[in-house]
Write a protein that binds this ligand. Structure first.
Ligand code: PLP
Length: 229
């Protein structure tokens, strides 16, 4: 049951956060990719308003059918030619990893008359994903993006590799947190480090203990995904 899963998750998030912070400091983004609108509405009825999709097309088709107070998060790799479809529909883009992409978002933001909040995806482990910028290149990217007037960096995102033991990923979350502290200290114009998007179904507790402010949870809410339907 989606309802029971969300109740259990809220408990777990509270207890993981409580050493240093409060439940409300961690946003639960329900990752609804591959799942139908009815299942999203079940989560919505439990008070969830943040939903994550990793494909532009899927986000668009759900966007029209679902309540307008949903905050949509684009969490997957974003191709530049698709930015125009979602720039005025997303609450937050988690996966910006190049200046070219940020520049395209800026162009489309101007055309659509909106401001766009983004996170920079950092590839810390180099295992799970070929996407994300290397940490050595992060400061350079941020300084360049800081000049874009309609694109606002709110923090960082990372994807940890899947492991049986989430403790193996603790160092990755710690490293992202430390990077955010270093960047914050640089006081770059138009760059904020308010959001750390890290932690998924298998490792969100460890991620919260290391300072995550936004967890992206799919399977632990909706169950296994079936990519064949
Ligand atoms: C699918 C996905 C998730 C959710 O993964 P679960 O293990 O099902 O919680 C989180 N983040 C990203 C970027 C994803 O693509």
């Amino acid at each position: 049951m989606i309802k029971d899963n969300i109740c259990a998750l809220n408990e777990e998030i509270s207890s993981a956060a409580k050493t240093s912070r409060f439940r409300q400091d961690v946003t639960l983004v329900a990752v609804s990719k591959t799942h139908p609108a009815e299942m999203i509405m079940e989560a919505y009825d439990q008070g969830i308003r943040d939903f994550g999709e990793n494909k532009v097309q899927e986000l668009l088709s759900k966007y029209d059918d679902l309540p307008s107070d949903i905050r949509w998060h684009l969490i997957g790799h974003l191709q530049r030619n698709k930015v125009k479809y979602i720039v005025d529909k997303v609450w937050l883009i988690h996966s910006v990893d190049s200046f070219k992409l940020a520049e395209t978002i800026e162009e489309q933001a101007v055309i659509h008359g909106v401001d766009v909040n983004i996170l920079i995806q950092v590839n810390i482990s180099h295992e799970e994903s070929k996407f994300g910028i290397d940490k050595e290149e992060l400061t350079g990217l941020l300084k360049a993006v800081s000049a874009l007037k309609h694109v606002h960096v709110q923090g960082l995102m990372t994807i940890a590799p899947f492991t049986e033991d989430p403790e193996e990923c603790r160092w990755i979350f710690r490293e992202l947190k430390n990077l955010s502290i270093d960047i914050d200290a640089m006081k770059i114009d138009n760059i904020r480090m308010k959001i750390l998007s890290m932690g998924m179904s298998g490792d969100y507790k460890v991620a919260i203990e290391e300072g995550s402010t936004m967890v992206r949870v799919g399977t632990a809410i909706f169950g296994q995904r079936d990519y064949n339907i």
